[in-house]
Design a protein around this ligand. Structure first.
Ligand SMILES: [Zn+2]
Length: 388
């Protein structure tokens, strides 16, 4: 590793610009004096940098704030739609692309079903969606962020392996950079979602674990405000950790993975068996039966919740983060499921018994993967980092 050397003038300036932008992002409308006070930068430096942001159209003046004795100061705020990024969620059944502004607001969405598509055909859909969105405004496009299933080399954007899409060592980052000529960030979808929850849920802690519980199960870990990828880019891949030695065969070839006991498919299959139904129950039907007080179905749901709670206890035992956010289709099952998750996690974990760790269903803040993929870009390009 290179020994860190003194920052160049340019690096210092870029860092300061990013600090000012972030002050406007988090605290605007705000006076230049307050930006200086918040950031520790001199008033002259802040004045120069704000002038540049105004010039670039990234900030604007919006009247005067309350006077603190002298002349009332002019307030400055971020222009939310001055730039935009394209965010993509390469979901299980649908690929979704969106134009997202600097504030993380989704301005436009396009989507395409991809059931049964993989390989080059799936890649063609990615191009098609981005082509459509790029047309909406190339001049203000900052870059492209993509949340994809599978193991992703975060540094290069190469997808090492996404089983369902049959993508193996696909250099998606390079392909998109070459085709569109803008910065590109690619992340595993669970991690993108974790970042979105961190940024947009309004919680100020820099640490969290966000677990998607749908057909697949995966966790995203955010530590100190940053997504933790792991040495092999596999951090949070809890879905294929064996949790039931005598369990059923998993799509990965192992037996008794967490996905075989706690995913939406596992719940649907068990509920179908429990009711002796001839066609497989959907998650919605399981939910309806639960609401109707069906005891067999309740047992199935509680069992699935407990297995997830067991996995969470292990995670908290290592990381001791104060917030575990759950999202994905299974969270629709509501309180019965959530209580089982919490009870089992608490039963198995010392850190959890004190009740300091909140295990909650993530707030409904939109397409988490799209927002997280966009946030990766905003953070990388503008330094609009998470609140800490
Ligand atoms: Zn597995």
């Amino acid at each position: 590793m290179a020994f860190p050397t003194k920052a160049t003038h340019q690096q210092t300036r870029a860092r300061n610009a990013s600090i000012v932008l972030r002050a406007l992002f988090e605290s605007g409308p705000i006076s230049r004096a307050d930006v200086a006070r918040l950031s520790g930068l001199t008033r002259t430096t802040v004045g120069d940098l704000v002038a540049e942001l105004l010039e670039a159209g990234l900030a604007r003046e919006v009247g005067r704030g309350p006077s603190t004795g002298g002349k009332a100061p002019i307030l400055v705020e971020l222009v939310d739609d001055a730039r935009h990024v394209i965010g993509l969620d390469l979901g299980e059944h649908v690929f979704r692309g969106a134009i997202v502004d600097l504030r993380g607001q989704v301005r436009r969405v396009v989507e395409q079903p991809v059931t049964g598509l993989d390989g080059d055909a799936a890649l063609a859909v990615v191009y098609e969606l981005i082509d459509t969105l790029v047309e909406a405004g190339r001049e203000t496009l900052l870059g492209i962020g993509v949340g994809t299933p599978g193991i992703v080399e975060a540094t290069t954007g190469t997808i090492r392996g996404a089983v369902n899409l049959k993508w193996q060592d696909l250099a998606l980052g390079d392909l998109l950079r070459d085709r569109y000529g803008v910065p590109v960030r690619i992340a595993n979808d669970s991690r993108a979602a974790a970042l979105a929850i961190q940024l947009f849920s309004g919680r100020r802690s820099g640490n969290l674990v966000a677990i998607k519980v749908g057909r697949g199960i995966g966790a995203g870990v955010v530590l100190g405000g940053e997504v933790f990828h792991g040495d092999g880019f596999g951090a949070g891949e809890i879905g294929h950790v064996v949790i039931d030695e005598d369990g059923a065969e998993c799509r990965c070839g192992r037996f008794g993975c967490l996905e075989t006991v706690a995913s939406s498919r596992a719940i649907e299959q068990r509920a179908t068996e429990a009711k002796g139904a001839t066609t497989e129950l959907t998650l919605d039907e399981v939910h309806a039966a639960l609401d109707a007080g069906d005891e067999d179905v309740r047992r199935v749901v509680v069992r699935a919740g407990r297995y997830l709670g067991q996995a969470i206890a292990g995670i908290i035992g290592v990381l001791d983060v104060e917030y575990v956010a759950l999202h994905g289709s299974v969270t629709d099952l509501g309180a019965t499921w959530l209580d089982a998750v919490r009870d089992e996690a608490r039963r198995r974990s010392l850190a959890l018994t004190g009740g300091a760790v909140a295990i909650e269903i993530a707030p409904p803040i939109g397409d988490l993967v799209v927002m997280g993929a966009s946030a990766l870009l905003l953070t990388a390009e503008l330094g609009l980092a998470v609140a800490r």
